[in-house]
Design a protein around this ligand. Structure first.
Ligand code: IMP
Length: 196
């Protein structure tokens, strides 16, 4: 089967650019806005995989297009994987400063500051569902460092680094990040199965 077009169930410009950069000219990637989907797709599952599938199935079933969706969480070992699937709304709705403050407070008395970012991508092509996962291990710093990036970037130090994600260039972060790894697995799969 030849595949030329795929919908990425997001309107996040940063993510779209990242995926387009990885895919090159092989496939055309459309956003939710490109297919006229302006709904707030429910993310009510209690796992990353569940949410990625919910979003991809919503688009596949309502718009009848081949598509993929992602979901990411920061999983802290000493907090049994918290904030995990609740990362975006841990303290306040997409309020990164409040989310980081809450996490730093919860870790105040913990010695183990190990954590990981995990991304799950759910792909649906002609009804066939395939999952891809990317993980980056690291630790949570005691205070915020750097001003780049978004979300928890200022307090996440990837393994074998001394700087936080915020202090790395976007290229450097993408080369080691959870999302970068998951996207590269998706791209490898698409190229092996569907490239012209
Ligand atoms: P999403 O599923 O990609 O929207 O991610 C959910 C939440 O996880 C975001 O709102 C951020 O708080 C956090 N997050 C995801 N990816 C990253 C990242 O690369 N750096 C920092 N925080 C992230």
């Amino acid at each position: 089967m030849l595949l030329s077009e795929l919908v990425f169930a997001t309107n996040n410009k940063h993510k779209l650019e990242e995926v387009k950069a990885c895919l090159g000219d092989s496939f055309r990637i459309l956003s939710l806005a490109d297919i006229g989907c302006n709904e707030d797709i429910p993310e009510t599952a209690d796992t990353l995989q569940g949410n990625a599938l919910l979003k991809a199935r919503y688009v596949y079933e309502n718009y009848h297009v081949n598509c993929f969706a992602d979901d990411t969480g920061l999983e802290v070992d000493a907090l049994d994987g918290e904030p995990g699937v609740h990362s975006a709304r841990y303290a306040g709705d997409h309020d990164s400063q409040a989310n980081m403050t809450k996490l730093l407070q919860k870790l105040e008395k913990k010695c183990d500051r190990n954590a990981q970012f995990r991304t799950v991508i759910a792909l649906i092509i002609e009804g066939k569902e395939t999952l891809f996962q990317g993980i980056v291990r690291g630790s949570i710093s005691k205070e915020r460092c750097g001003s780049g990036g978004f979300g928890y970037d200022p307090i996440f130090i990837p393994q074998d680094y001394t700087q936080s994600f915020s202090e790395l260039s976007m290229e450097e972060k993408n080369s080691i990040s959870h999302r970068g790894k998951a996207i590269r697995k998706l791209v490898e799969y698409l190229k092996s199965q569907y490239e012209k």
